[in-house]
Design a protein around this ligand. Structure first.
Ligand code: AGP
Length: 613
């Protein structure tokens, strides 16, 4: 979604802002803009990419040591030059960038129009800009106070940075429901919607909390207040992220790099959590909540998209091994459907970004009913990580490609450890079975590596064959039903081919009507689980002339004789198959998308962190 970068200090702001916007491109956007101060406000903005903004600003006044910049993902008003941020107030004295949605903007706009304001754009953001100007003039307060007072009138979500031409020595930033990080450099400050534009300048950061307003001044001052006027002491965190993790490192796309990083990211998710000497697994982050989990009536997993698919694998794992009832909910449905939640429930929120608006709202709802809230997040210090009572990080490293890959396998790895830990604590698993699974789990990174090598040619051949089809069906059973959903999601989001994931046995209850010689069907058909039943489903597709692409266990002969294309994965425990079977499906989606000329890392209409509803 939208991205924010701002700078104040001794250096030229323009290159820092442009560089920062490029780091934020992965979030998804459709226009870009910036404002600089140099004898007045200079605002440049355009529909399109950051490179279009660079072309637009070239040869213009781009000097100045204070500036704000933005990439916009349209919500209110179409993506065009006028609606792009920054927005200037009516008198052009204030410039503002904003992530989020001001829900009561129509009412505020009418009130401002009655007071003589007119608007250039159709955005909610311009309304907030003029509201701040109005308060500043009428209440005769400084910018910091004007922003604070204005935000008390706002309903909705925001991360904003504001600058004014009358005082080019300070920036004001604030957040509610949309993340904002302040980087503290040597005599300089950076503000951004995540740490990626900041990391190359400083590792010292302050994460703003909801309803906090910050002032950063050229004289090194950092002041934070709540919008209710309570002073706060800034707490400085050290970033652990490395700059190398934000580069493509020789790969053509971030997504491909991230697919190939999975042997490492899965290993990192397990690191320090498996103790072969004592035959135990620990998840340090939730250790204080183990008793709560053991006494819980049920675990409710809330998540969206790929994280929801990982949650489904988690349901199978936790019920299978630890015998604790689990429900998996789309956070977006859960938050609005008046669910029954009690103090004896444990809610487990799963999110790569830790910023997904629906997941955050689901957490708040469950919290208000007294449930214990745990999180599985990838981004350290993210809103979800901070909104939960406790949790575990996946340690997959920054995921830049919009299509989630290594975050999914890291989430599944962590859920496997979670299930094993509680199976052990509840005594629902024998020591020998536990050891068997742990041994296999530690072999998974090498097996992922092998899969990446061995599937290469057949995936390319399959991609070439099916690159121009209009539909795909993905089928799997048991642990591989969520894998089918995830395979279909990957394909549709980056190649724009319509793809459906289904439990294989459900095919005959509807989707079988779609099968003909033009319909490729991907079966996840490892030898484990209800293999024979899946073989029957394959036969049903072949009988109707469908094209079968099968992911099978190495050495399989039965499916090989039936399928048109066969992708082998190494043998493993049934419960660990998703960690291997997902790999070729990610690669299939990737290669088809590349062959179709799609923008793999920034697919159309999609955003990496979905910070609005
Ligand atoms: C995955 O490829 C998607 N881009 C998307 O479904 C994503 O998983 C979803 O928006 C949830 O995001 P989160 O894990 O950051 O909460």
């Amino acid at each position: 979604m939208c991205g924010i970068v701002a700078y104040i200090g001794p250096r030229q702001a323009y290159p820092i802002l442009i560089n920062g916007l490029k780091r934020l491109e992965y979030r998804g956007y459709d226009s870009a803009g910036l404002a600089l101060y140099n004898n007045g406000l200079n605002i440049y903005k355009t529909k399109g990419k950051v490179s279009d903004l660079e072309r637009h600003a070239k040869d213009k006044h781009i000097h100045g040591s204070i500036g704000i910049a933005h990439t916009r993902w349209a919500t209110h008003g179409e993506p065009n030059d006028t609606n792009a941020h920054p927005h200037a107030s009516q008198s052009y004295s204030i410039a503002l960038i904003h992530n989020g949605i001001i829900e009561n903007y129509a009412l505020l706009r009418r009130e401002l129009e009655n007071r003589g304001y007119s608007f250039r754009s159709t955005t909610d953001t311009e309304v907030l800009t003029n509201l701040i100007e109005d308060i500043k003039i009428n209440e005769d307060v400084n910018l910091f106070e004007a922003v604070r007072i204005a935000l008390n009138q706002v309903v909705g979500a925001y991360a904003i940075v504001v600058m004014e031409s009358g005082n080019p020595d300070m920036l004001v930033a604030a957040r509610k429901g949309s993340p904002l990080v302040i980087g503290i450099g040597n005599g300089e400050f950076f503000v951004a919607s995540d740490a990626t534009p900041i990391i190359e300048y400083t590792k010292n950061v302050v994460y703003l909390d909801d309803e906090e307003v910050a002032l950063v001044h050229r004289n090194n001052e950092l002041k934070i207040k709540t919008i209710r006027n309570k002073e706060k002491t800034p707490y400085i965190h050290q970033l652990e992220m490395s700059l190398v993790a934000l580069e493509k490192g020789g790969y053509e796309h971030f997504m491909l790099k991230e697919i190939y990083e999975q042997p490492i990211s899965i290993r990192d998710s397990m690191r320090g959590r498996i103790h072969p000497e004592s035959g135990t697994v620990t998840l340090g982050g939730i250790i204080d909540y183990e008793q709560k989990i053991l006494n819980a009536d049920r675990i409710i997993i809330v998540a969206c998209g790929t994280s929801w698919h990982a949650g489904l694998v988690g349901e199978y794992l936790i019920e299978d091994l630890a015998r604790i009832p689990v429900e998996v909910e789309y956070a977006s449905e859960f938050r609005y459907r008046n669910p029954i939640i009690s103090e004896k429930d444990v809610v487990l929120a799963i999110s790569q970004s830790g910023e997904t608006a629906d997941t955050l709202a689901a957490i708040e709802l469950a919290k208000s009913k007294g449930a214990t809230i745990l999180g599985i997040c990838n981004v350290v210090g993210s809103s979800i990580a901070r909104a939960t009572h406790a949790g575990s990080y996946t340690h997959a490293g920054p995921e830049i490609g919009v299509a989630s890959t290594k975050a999914f396998t890291a989430q599944v790895t962590l859920l496997t450890l979670f299930a094993l830990r509680f199976a052990q604590l509840k005594g629902t698993i024998s020591r020998s079975r536990f050891n068997q699974i742990i041994t296999e789990l530690t072999l998974i990174p090498n097996k992922v590596e092998r899969t990446l090598k061995t599937c290469k040619n057949v995936v390319l051949e399959t991609a070439e064959q099916f690159r121009d089809v209009r539909n795909f069906l993905y089928l799997g059973r048991g642990y591989n039903f969520p894998v089918a959903l995830e395979g279909a999601l990957k394909l549709k989001e980056i190649s724009y081919i319509h793809a459906e994931g289904y439990p294989a046995a459900e095919m005959k209850h509807g989707p079988i009507a779609l099968i003909d010689e033009d319909m490729p069907v991907v079966f996840i058909a490892p030898k484990q689980g209800i293999y024979d039943k899946v073989v029957s489903n394959i036969q049903e597709v072949k009988a109707r002339k469908g094209k079968v692409i099968a992911v099978v266990t190495e050495g399989d002969t039965v499916v090989k004789n039936l399928a048109d294309y066969v992708i082998e994965i190494p043998d493993t425990e049934e419960i660990l198959v998703p960690l291997l079977a997902t790999i070729p499906l990610q690669k299939l989606a990737y290669h088809i998308a590349v062959m179709r000329g799609c923008n793999v890392d920034q697919p159309r209409n999609l955003a990496k962190s979905v910070t609005v509803e």
